[in-house]
Ligand binder design. Structure first.
Ligand SMILES: [Zn+2]
Length: 345
């Protein structure tokens, strides 16, 4: 039995040291950098257990911890507002930071909104318009739930079904297999991807969605707007934009903005690339559609001079913020948000 692991120990000690000497303390970076953090899902422990892509979720308790640390060290707010403050040269005592939530899941309304309100801060929510309109899960969740059901039913059938679809997986655990298949599905065209999902859903006896899961409603988005939060576009259908035709890209970008503006009676200035993917055609479409800024999944804080259409963000995951004792650690979070942290892919 391994009683002591040196690497996590060293990592914690170095992380603590950098923090204590002030190198990774957010105030050290001052207002030269603009940090944007990303959250996706906020799920209570019992729901998290049955959610197949748990890496992109935090529990409400963990979110409350993160928000508490962020408000201690930063001037937190929605993206459009804080980016403008930073760009126009406003210099706050604590550095400016934007809090963003991707995908528009109902759990954001149920669990994130009260936590943000209790902390007295506002955030940006990037929503997928078609999925809001039809209360339909995002394609990666549909695929992951169907695969998870297939594994429960019979792992051999899953392998057979996947190989019929031309997917070969050689991974050890069902969890890793699901992540790998979702990654492979990202390479497909939207039509091919839907075909995969439909075939799998048919094979397991129909679409799988726990009763608690779903997207925010227009009414809930309206309440977020009333609370001063920003609503940004995360496209019409969460496609991988570089895999789409030029017309499809423009529709995804432009229509989603128009519909959000009309339905919520707000200006929509910010866009979030589904899966972080963009190309030159996407950048052109965003500017034609009238957006002011867009966020990627490229890691790190933003420096002055960064293009407003390729803003970097730091994806917050509990598993990477824990010390070796398993507790969420301020010095680890500070290290991950600092300019010294290497890019994460
Ligand atoms: Zn997304």
């Amino acid at each position: 039995m391994k009683l002591f692991s040196f690497r996590p120990f060293l990592r914690d000690v170095v992380g603590e040291l950098l923090y204590q000497v002030g190198l990774t303390k957010p105030a050290q970076a001052g207002n030269h950098y603009f940090t944007i953090v990303t959250f996706h899902r906020v799920l209570p422990e019992n729901q998290l257990k049955s959610y197949p892509l748990a890496e992109i979720a935090v529990t409400p308790e963990e979110l409350a911890w993160f928000i508490n640390v962020l408000v201690t060290y930063f001037t937190c707010g929605p993206l459009a507002e804080n980016l403008t403050r930073w760009q126009t040269g406003e210099r706050t005592k604590r550095p400016l930071l934007a809090i963003t939530f991707d995908d528009g899941q109902r759990d954001n309304f149920l669990y994130a909104k009260p936590i943000l309100e209790a902390a007295g801060i506002r955030a940006s929510f990037f929503v997928v318009v078609n999925n809001i309109e039809h209360n339909e899960m995002l394609w990666h969740d549909r695929l992951a739930y169907a695969l998870s059901r297939a594994v429960e039913q019979d792992a051999n059938i899953t392998d057979q079904r996947l190989s019929q679809l031309g997917i070969t997986t050689t991974t050890a655990t069902p969890r890793q297999m699901i992540i790998n298949v979702v990654e492979k599905a990202k390479m497909l065209t939207p039509a091919q991807r839907l075909m995969w999902i439909s075939l799998l859903e048919d094979a397991v006896g129909g679409p799988v969605c726990p009763a608690w899961d779903g997207m925010m409603s227009w009414q809930q988005l309206q309440e977020l707007v009333q609370g001063g939060h920003e609503i940004g576009s995360h496209s019409m259908s969460h496609p991988i934009l570089p895999g789409c035709s030029e017309d499809q890209i423009f529709d995804e970008v432009n229509q989603s903005r128009q519909i959000l503006q009309e339905r919520l009676n707000i200006p929509v200035e910010s866009f979030c690339y589904p899966n972080g993917n963009y190309d030159a055609r996407t950048l052109k479409a965003l500017q034609q559609a009238g957006y002011h800024q867009a966020v990627t999944t490229q890691w790190g804080p933003n420096q002055l001079g960064t293009s407003l259409f390729t803003l970097r963000r730091c994806d917050i995951q509990s598993q990477h913020t824990r010390s070796r004792t398993g507790h969420l650690s301020v010095s680890r979070l500070a290290w991950r948000l600092s300019r010294f942290h290497p890019p994460v892919h």
